[in-house]
Design a protein around this ligand. Structure first.
Ligand SMILES: O=c1[nH]c(=O)c2nc[nH]c2[nH]1
Length: 477
């Protein structure tokens, strides 16, 4: 029998299936001993709830003026070892960056002391920035990957941990496993994780990307995921050079997506990072398989990989969340991912508008010179595909509920629905060292908006995962 452990009264901001950002003022939210949300109701109904759940009214915690709770943020794509070189090497394109910076660094994670040190730092730092769920890539080293799992569990973060698989690496041959080793070590990793019986830390099958995996390895990893019922993560269609390499390596497949789907790696528990260049045909395959995309706009810009048209992904009804993609992306904060997702969408919109205006000008010019163009040509040259800019509300949804849908855990977390676990951030816009100012005329919506655009970890006063406060924030109390 669940009993009430916490009761909060104040403002709650979350997303629902129908509303990307809903602000509930003067509500009370109750969390049970199992960490699940028991009720979220208007404060006037307090007396009735007290009766039903028998909580002591003196234990109600009133939120401070202008404070609010929002759901914990979900980073659907982050490379834990790469935190060690965050913010450097941003002047190279993807494949060169992997060869010269990433692979030589990841190779060193056979050293468990190094791994333990970096992994502890990254888990603490992500939590401090409000990431209550993280979907991690580790390295090819099984024992170090298990260390990451242990640290995430110890700090109370909800996490997926991927031991990276790669049996091909012509760019940096020192960092590679044999096919047999990769399969056997993945199995060892999965079984060791299962033996640990962590509540909220799970293994995820992780072929690095098609460039670094043989067809046999992909096929065996698809089988393992199927037989253990596991999540899957990888990269797809991030840069033009990468796609070209995949098409050269797998000439018998029609496109990049097929390489994964035909090897059983595109399931309803799959999240693929980037997807900048996926065609509508490939997106259709994602949708029909129930697979998701992790949109990593900071990384896409930093490595000059390309832009994902996330509005089109949403329009095609493909599940999508946001990722920091440390360290292709240079910011550990999911707030940055929200901002970069909005900015990317605006850049794409402006490019489309520019093209539309240019073709309209050409069109007018030709009309003057030659009379009317054939109608078909007019339409296809000036149309804007009806695509819109990503709204702030929709970006907020992607960082919370969208991420939980992408990882297929939206029955557990992602918003403040009853029976989900209470993964939450207590946001304090008026903390003494806040990076932004609050004016008296601000509504709650204004407050949320300011936090999304200008806030940082200083405004995150407390972090809860499954009802448990996970990191002490001495500075902000
Ligand atoms: O952004 C990226 N980071 C990586 O580590 C990686 N590996 C393959 N493809 C990748 N893309």
């Amino acid at each position: 029998m669940d009993t009430v452990q916490h009761v909060f009264r104040g403002t709650f901001v979350h997303s629902t299936q129908t509303c990307p950002m809903e602000v509930l003022e003067n509500h009370i939210l109750g969390v049970g001993s199992t960490g699940k949300i028991l009720f979220i109701e208007h404060a006037e109904k307090e007396a009735q709830l007290a009766l039903k759940w028998k909580f002591d009214e003196s234990k109600i915690e009133d939120l401070g003026k202008n404070e609010f709770f929002m759901p914990g943020m979900i980073d659907t794509h982050i490379h834990a070892p790469q935190y060690s070189f965050i913010g450097s090497g941003m002047d190279r394109p993807l494949l060169q960056w992997l060869e010269h910076i990433t692979f030589p660094t990841e190779e060193k994670f056979s050293d468990l002391d190094l791994a333990s040190n970096i992994y502890e730092t990254v888990v603490r730092r992500t939590l401090k920035n409000g990431t209550t769920t993280a979907c991690y890539f580790a390295t090819i080293h099984t024992d170090a990957s298990l260390v990451l799992a242990d640290i995430a569990d110890r700090y109370g973060q909800r996490a997926f941990i991927g031991k990276v698989c790669m049996d091909s690496n012509t760019a940096y041959p020192e960092y590679i496993e044999s096919t047999e080793e990769s399969i056997a070590e993945t199995q060892r990793f999965v079984e060791a994780m299962q033996n640990m019986k962590y509540d909220r830390v799970k293994p995820i099958i992780t072929p690095r990307f098609a460039v670094s995996c043989s067809e046999r390895l992909l096929c065996e990893l698809g089988r393992l995921a199927d037989s253990y019922g596991l999540h899957i993560q990888s990269h797809i269609s991030e840069s033009v050079a990468e796609i070209q390499e995949v098409l050269n390596l797998f000439p018998e497949y029609n496109n990049y997506t097929e390489v994964y789907s035909k090897n059983k790696l595109l399931t309803n528990m799959t999240v693929m990072a980037h997807g900048c260049y996926l065609t509508d045909e490939e997106l259709h395959l994602f949708r029909s398989n129930g697979s998701a995309i992790s949109h990593c706009p900071n990384s896409n810009i930093s490595l000059c990989s390309g832009h994902l048209d996330v509005s089109n992904v949403i329009k095609q009804k493909v599940k999508v969340g946001l990722g920091t993609d440390i360290a292709g992306g240079y910011s550990i904060s999911m707030l940055d991912a929200i901002r970069k997702a909005i900015e990317t969408s605006k850049i794409l919109f402006m490019e489309r508008e520019k093209r539309r205006k240019e073709s309209k000008t050409i069109h007018n010019h030709l009309q003057e010179e030659n009379g009317m163009l054939p109608e078909k040509e007019c339409n296809c040259r000036i149309k804007n595909n009806g695509k819109k800019v990503l709204s702030d509300q929709e970006a907020f949804r992607l960082a919370t509920l969208g991420g939980s849908q992408a990882l297929n855990i939206d029955h557990i977390t992602g918003n403040f629905e009853i029976n989900k676990e209470f993964d939450a951030l207590l946001i304090s816009p008026e903390i003494h060292n806040s990076p932004f100012d609050v004016f008296s005329q601000f509504s709650k919506e204004d407050m949320v908006q300011r936090f999304l655009y200008l806030g940082d970890d200083r405004n995150i006063k407390a972090v809860y995962v499954a009802g448990r406060r996970v990191v002490p924030f001495q500075n902000n109390s």
